[in-house]
Write a protein that binds this ligand. Sequence first.
Ligand code: HEC
Ligand code: HEC
Length: 391
Amino acid sequence: MRRLTKRSLLIVTVAVLVIVGVSAWSSLSREIPQPGWITAEQRSNFLYGSVGAERDAGIPYWIWLALPRMFPEYLPGNGGYVSLGFSWEEGKEMPAGFSKKTVGYVRVAGNCAFCHAASFRAGPDEGPEVVPSVPGRATDGQEVLTFFRQCAQDPRFNASEIMVEINTATKLSFVDSLLYRYVLIPRTRRKLLSQDLVMTDSALQQHSRDPYSDAPFSQPQLQALAVWVKGLKVPPYPLEWDRALVEVGKPLFAQHCGSCHAPDGKQTRTLIPIAEIGTDRELANTKKTSGYVAEPLDGTWMRGPYLHNGSVPTVGDLLRPPAQRPATFYRGNNLLNSHDIGFVSDLAQEKGLHFVFFDTRLPGNSNAGHPYGTDLSDQDKKAIIEYLKTL
Ligand code: HEC
Ligand code: HEC
């Protein structure tokens, strides 16, 4: 009898350990593939698909969802992640650039579109179009990282208060509540404070530090995404343009701009020394390069504001002498400026979204340099702008 009890105790203990082990493993590491609508098609893969970053980086989904609701004061506007410049396509669960995937628990991490997506609206009442876009002005996600750090520094970032917010959005299982309260919330807070591996893992970080390296992505999946996105055609300019003026602009562009920017908008990337181009030096100094690259000008209409530091709102402004370019303006509105190439930049806010005030007099923000074409007649400038719309 006694032996039997001992034995059954042993069996029960082993069984309990197995159950605890399996549920711990499944709470922490079991992978569930993303839904087919994401993975079946490369565009949605690029915008919403996981590139595996959530294994080392990323944030538990319910915390990711709770933060903009709990800490709107650290966001530039009341649009949640949209106010940080991310695009939310109508009907999608996540903004472009964030992947949602279950690895044990549901996690959110950055993907290619975290740095490589542009969006535009052709008119004030039209929805945003999101365009996977490389190379362009890759955002570095710095604003979202700063937002996360400010949240984590706030005393309200603690298990009790975050659990209250999570409970208004969902009913977590008992095990998940324990997991969030005792493991995920404290761990996420440390991660956000250290700002290490927050949204991107080491492969993506390596790429963003050295994007043109010869050994780009080692994983075939990332390599395939890179090949796919490089092969994309820029969508045609969505507003009207004047065909006759385009014909006037084409030879003017070749004459005044073609030595650095190839006439078809594509071309190799020519590095122009800083002394010659004369634009803001800070980035060249930190990256220890001797100048800036004349990027291909295809799709210029969706890449504003211009220059490497985004210091000039429109191409029309770039074609003015530096002293006549806007000293301050607002960035982040994705409404196309219909009189020029670029986005609307004179509104501080629209429909509850606040745009980011940009002051070209601050360090790193200079709008000087790139004097090419500034002495042309207004008519010639208009013609060059018209031609650029077609690239
Ligand atoms: C953390 C930001 C970041 C992430 C995430 C990121 N990139 Fe980039 N990528 C950059 C930067 C910065 C450049 C430099 C060019 C630019 O400013 O657009 C770049 C350039 C590129 C280029 C142009 C270089 C070339 O070889 O022509 C490609 C292609 C590219 N990225 C693909 C990808 C793909 C695919 C992913 C996802 C697997 C990805 N990137 C994720 C920051 C990022
Ligand atoms: C001597 C070489 C050179 C000439 C000539 C030149 N550019 Fe540029 N261009 C550059 C370089 C280099 C940059 C990048 C500078 C930077 O980012 O600081 C640039 C940037 C630009 C940009 C911004 C691109 C972006 O995505 O931010 C536009 C638009 C542009 N040039 C248009 C023109 C036009 C139009 C002309 C002719 C009137 C012209 N350029 C003539 C070298 C040149």
